[in-house]
Design a protein around this ligand. Structure first.
Ligand code: OXD
Ligand code: MN
Length: 601
């Protein structure tokens, strides 16, 4: 039964009942008993597999269809009223046509099924930066995941009251037909419709669809920002905690950086790292004029393969209870989960000899496909959905709805050459420029063409809900709204420089703390830097390499170098990329590109 008298909510829910024609309607209340009953039901139908309740209490495994294992950018649409508001980085679909097609798919889609109504809050319930959504779905998997990834239930409806400020999300699994799969955002209507998928990134509508695509549009209109950023806090020996946000394209180690364990020397000296968020930040000006960030999510939807006690101890610990695993392998002997590189090294002997792979088939380390290539037991994009509160280093400020004050904004990508380990922007405008040109370089293994940079501005290319040129302008406007002395400092990092043999030069992982430490010193005004055409680069002696085996100051100098020839090529590439935004490219950014070119002469 509905626990609200909010007319707009009731109207929306009724419109979905009329269209999708479910047998039954269940409102998600947030109560434990309801959750337990739904879990039991999903286990009884085989939708969920109950894992070893002694070693993995409250944990479940789910397998999606093999055609439904990742976000689908080609089938994701921004249905803005005007095409020019969508921009060159998104697919546009005229709203009237999109609604007509989607409604024809949704018509009767819940026949013989139960419709679940999930009221959810992005951010702590009732918080000043938080927002509400209602997701309608026919999937218990979605309900159980949303319960981990967001705050759900009656409290949310209470906080919403009579307000019309909520996002309307409709999801229907239908036949999971990839040809009829559509993930559509209607920014002007506060609406999302997702059909024919059951994969997390497409169907947990609070995440990419709302918290990035719709919220970025809301942020532009309401003077705040929704960003694809982790948030971490570093507690210094004097107990002061400095917060930083960081944006990286997918597969650059955001979750690892967010949960970093500092090297021993730092731990001994009293440094601690706390995680506020690993994927999304909502940023707004606070009463003191500084920028504050919240993590709108309540859990981590992390990639499982590669996660082990060495690469990310804290993430692994977070998955030890009340976690949903999707498309990982199952060890039938222990009823536990497994994925590639779950062992931290060869001496860690947990690697099983026999498994059920992510598709439900028998698997041994010798299993090969039709072409004789080894078959992976877990899908490379297999995931864990883990409650944030499980994380050993979750920040004490995680539930603070007012957010944490941001002192640094970090951008980065995978760049085997050209981009130094770290440099600092000259100003907010220059920082926006650096964010707008970030991206990852293709490698020979991936495409055959080495050195092609796929630009992914602010890591928002697949997630910006409006024209990217207007988005850059919004970044510039946000900067103007904050006094210079209260603005965060901008940095760019590159953990991925390689030597002639293709080996990573910088050790990465916990040792990235050494680079964050330099940023702390810059923020506190404790160290100088070298001015170069691209920005301020550290003096090598200001980066602490104590305790790093086989890593000399000369090696460090090598990855801090700014190569003018390489940057001239880069600057030309930037100008080419900027052309795609036409006259929506802010003049300030065009000038930044010209100034860079001039400084490189
Ligand atoms: C994610 C992504 O799943 O960015 O977070 O792809
Ligand atoms: Mn992400």
């Amino acid at each position: 039964m509905a626990n609200t008298t909010n007319k707009k909510v009731l109207e929306f829910v009724q419109s979905r009942v009329d269209l999708c024609k479910p047998d039954e309607v269940v409102w998600i209340t947030g109560e434990e008993a309801q959750y337990e009953a739904l879990t039991k039901e999903a286990i009884s139908t085989g939708e969920m597999i109950e894992l070893n309740q002694k070693t993995l209490p409250g944990c479940l495994l789910h397998r999606t269809k093999p055609n439904d294992v990742a976000r689908v950018e080609g089938r994701t649409f921004i249905c803005s009223r005007k095409e020019e508001d969508c921009g060159p980085t998104n697919n546009w679909w005229k709203p009237s046509e999109a609604y007509a097609k989607l409604e024809s798919i949704l018509d009767g889609a819940y026949k013989g099924r139960t419709m679940y109504v999930i009221p959810f809050s992005m951010g702590p319930v009732g918080g000043p930066i938080s927002k509400v959504g209602i997701e309608i779905t026919d999937s218990i998997y979605v309900v159980l995941n949303m319960r981990i990834m967001t705050r759900v239930g009656n409290d949310v409806l209470k906080a919403l009251g009579d307000s019309n400020d909520f996002v309307r999300g409709t999801h229907a699994k239908c036949d999971v037909d990839p040809e009829e799969r559509y993930i559509c955002q209607f920014p002007e209507d506060n609406a999302i419709i997702s059909v024919n998928s059951a994969y997390g990134g497409n169907v947990l509508l609070g995440k990419k669809c709302f918290a990035l695509r719709i919220a970025s549009y809301q942020g532009k209109n309401e003077m705040w920002m929704a960003e694809h950023m982790l948030i971490l806090g570093i507690e210094k020996p004097n107990k002061e905690t400095v917060y930083m946000c960081a944006a990286f394209p997918s597969a650059c180690g955001k979750t690892n950086l967010a949960m970093l364990i500092p090297p021993e020397g730092y731990r001994k000296n009293g440094y601690k790292v706390f995680t506020v968020g690993d994927d999304i930040a909502w940023i707004k000006k606070g009463p003191d004029g500084r920028l504050y960030a919240i993590n709108p999510e309540n859990g981590f939807f992390g990639v499982a393969p590669g996660t082990n006690s060495k690469s990310n101890f804290n993430a692994l610990e977070s998955t030890r209870k009340n976690t949903i695993f999707t498309n990982v392998a199952l060890n039938p002997e222990t009823n536990e989960v497994w994925w590639e590189a779950l062992e931290k090294d060869a001496a860690d002997k947990k690697k099983p000899a026999f498994l059920i792979d992510w598709t439900g088939k028998d698997w041994t380390p010798e299993t090969v496909d039709a072409e004789g290539k080894p078959v992976k037991a877990a899908h490379p994009n297999s995931r864990f959905t883990a409650p944030a509160k499980n994380c050993p280093c979750i920040s004490p400020e995680f539930e603070n709805g007012a957010g944490v004050p941001i002192s640094a904004i970090i951008f980065g990508g995978r760049r085997p050459s050209t981009v130094p380990l770290v440099y600092q922007a000259r100003s907010w405008e220059n920082g926006v420029f650096i964010g707008s040109i970030m991206g990852s370089e293709t490698t020979a293994a991936a495409t055959g063409a080495v050195g092609v940079v796929r630009r992914d501005p602010m890591a928002m290319r697949p997630f910006c809900g409006y024209h990217m040129g207007d988005y850059f302008q919004h970044w510039l406007d946000m900067g103007k709204s904050v006094d210079v002395d209260k603005q965060p400092k901008f940095f760019n990092v590159n953990w991925f420089r390689v030597d002639e043999d293709g080996n990573f030069i910088w050790p990465g992982f916990g040792d990235n703390m050494r680079v964050l430490d330099w940023m702390l010193k810059r923020i506190a005004g404790e160290v100088d830097a070298v001015e170069t055409p691209i920005g301020f680069v550290p003096k090598a002696e200001d980066i602490n390499i104590e305790g790093l085996d086989d890593f000399s100051i000369d090696t460090l100098k090598g990855i801090l170098k700014v190569d003018k020839d390489a940057w001239n090529v880069e600057a030309d590439g930037i100008k080419e990329f900027y052309k795609s935004f036409g006259d929506k490219l802010p003049k300030e950014l065009a000038k930044q590109a010209d100034d860079l070119k001039a400084r490189l002469k």
